[in-house]
Design a protein around this ligand. Structure first.
Ligand code: GLC
Length: 521
């Protein structure tokens, strides 16, 4: 494994997540679109990433902003059409970048023709494409499962006298992957996009896609307390991470592999031991990269991160390539969570750990806290469970491109507010500023491309003063050391520096200043 030279693009490269509603509007409706993304590809290319993951662009009633898919093989008219997609794909490929689409296999929209047909009658040919159950003996839901967005995961359909399952909104009925016809239809949808030339998929809530036979109640979570999302009242023991879901992931992988150099990334939230199983085995692999969200989930201090990184590395199977995520359209902005000074340290951490980094749009500008006024909240999860701080709109605000009206994102008021500091925190302003977050990201990404030790080198944690994280990346004769000060006081630098890059300017001599990170030879 160590110092392999045959790393595929998805191991060497960096992924950039675009949230299409909020990247660039090209037709003046306040919502981003595919032609807008095409217009802004210079920014993505100049950043120095290798692949773009697009959050869902398929026809959708937008109850969950695209994660409710009404046609797996089309393009949402708000975003464009298939011709616009083909143009975008060609333009992205022309820049040497890859494209990943967001495949949403656990559930469709309730407006999908399959569900409309499934719902029409108990005897419909597609009844079994979704998960229908008789009421419990008291007439209530078939079991105690809770939707991830709060409330029962079952919705009663009076016309047919049965309940259907929805792990998320009732507008997102769960598909039944135990039905061979449904499975074949979904794999055909993946083929449709592979045939069009996409380089892979990020697979939405992959560990959810099969439920335990018999639908037993989920056990209560002893750690739940009020103020935590309602979903966590129960441990999702029987509703997620079933062996049959792993078997399906292996089938998806076999399909991807039949096309050659394509990649599958699974959205999976599980403890390390169960998370690692989603790599599958060398003989029967599953996803290339089970998304690792632990930089988002853990407290921002050196000791916690050190233990977490060590445990994650140790959990990987020999054939499992690591990966790291620091922000997404679901998570709070990193700069809002740890502050702007530490967000610079976080950027260095993300781009120097061993494993494929995924960077979320707008984090390269250090967008921080955006308070969404109550009357502009759009996130269905927050609207269903207000007041517990789980709103996702704050991470989905439009990209601020320049100081022109609406930040150059649109010609009208955007669907969500801009970051309040957009007149100064925007791409055009930061491009001119050698100290900006954007400049730091560009430098980090350039360094990662220039140094195989950073992209694919071995990884070793080193001893460090309290509050500091130090590790080494090694490839061939090259040995780089990274020291990150997670505190706001200065610390001794535990090695003689020949600093390649500091998160602060100019380079230090012998000390690690407050909130400073350095990459050193
Ligand atoms: C994933 C998506 C999230 C969506 C949910 C349901 O977690 O990232 O945005 O709401 O799945 O599809």
């Amino acid at each position: 494994m160590s110092n392999r030279t045959d790393h595929p693009w998805w191991e060497r490269g960096t992924i950039y997540q675009i949230y299409p509603r909020s990247f660039q509007d090209s037709d003046g409706d306040g919502v981003g679109d595919l032609a807008g993304i095409e217009r802004r590809l210079d920014h993505v290319a100049a950043l120095g990433v290798d692949a773009i993951w697009l959050s869902p662009i398929f026809p959708s009633p937008m109850a969950d902003f695209g994660y409710d898919v009404a046609d797996y093989c089309g393009i949402e008219p708000l975003f464009g059409d298939l011709a616009a997609f083909d143009r975008l794909l060609t333009a992205i490929h022309a820049r040497g970048l890859k494209v990943l689409l967001d495949f949403v296999p656990n559930h469709s929209s309730d407006q999908h023709p399959w569900f409309v047909e499934s719902r029409a009658s108990r005897h419909s040919a597609k009844r079994d494409w979704y998960i229908w159950r008789d009421p419990a003996s008291d007439g209530g839901p078939p079991n105690n499962w809770i939707s991830d967005f709060g409330g029962s995961a079952w919705e009663y359909d009076a016309a047919s006298g049965q309940y259907y399952l929805h792990a998320f909104l009732r507008q997102q009925p769960d598909l039944n992957w135990r039905n061979p016809e449904l499975k074949a239809a979904m794999l055909d949808a993946m083929r449709f996009w592979f045939d069009r030339g996409v380089d892979g998929f990020r697979i939405d809530v992959l560990w959810h896609i099969v439920k335990a036979e018999g639908f037993p109640d989920n056990p209560p979570n002893p750690y739940w307390r009020p103020g935590i999302t309602e979903r966590d009242r129960l441990i999702q023991q029987h509703s997620t991470d079933q062996p049959e879901a792993h078997a399906i992931a292996a089938e998806m992988r076999a399909l991807a592999d039949s096309y050659g150099d394509r990649v599958l990334i699974g959205e999976i939230f599980l403890p390390n031991d169960r998370h690692a199983r989603w790599y599958g085995t060398p003989e029967r692999p599953q996803v290339h990269l089970p998304f690792n969200f632990q930089l988002i989930e853990n407290a921002w201090d050196a000791a916690t991160l050190r233990d977490m990184i060590a445990a994650y590395e140790a959990s990987l199977p020999p054939h499992g390539w690591p990966n790291w995520v620091i922000g997404s359209h679901d998570a709070p902005r990193i700069a809002a969570r740890v502050g702007e000074a530490q967000a610079r340290v976080a950027a260095m951490l993300l781009l120097t750990l061993r494993g494929t980094p995924t960077l979320y749009q707008g984090d390269e500008l250090g967008i921080g806290q955006v308070d969404i006024p109550a009357d502009r909240i759009r996130d269905p999860q927050e609207l269903r469970q207000p007041g517990i701080g789980i709103g996702r709109d704050r991470s989905r605000t439009p990209m601020p491109w320049d100081a022109s009206p609406f930040a150059g994102f649109s010609t009208v008021e955007p669907w969500l507010p801009l970051n309040p500091d957009w007149p100064t925190r925007n791409v055009a302003a930061q491009e001119q500023d050698p100290r900006s977050m954007l400049t730091l990201y560009r430098r980090l990404l350039a360094l990662r491309r220039a140094h195989p030790a950073l992209a694919v080198g071995d990884f070793r944690l080193l001893d460090a003063p309290d509050g500091v994280l130090v590790y080494e990346r090694r490839h061939g004769d090259e040995r780089l050391r990274i020291a990150l000060n997670l505190t706001d006081s200065s610390k001794p630098l535990p090695f003689a520096p020949e600093v390649l890059l500091s998160t602060l300017d100019p380079a230090p001599d012998g000390v690690l200043r407050a909130n400073e990170g350095v990459i050193s030879r």
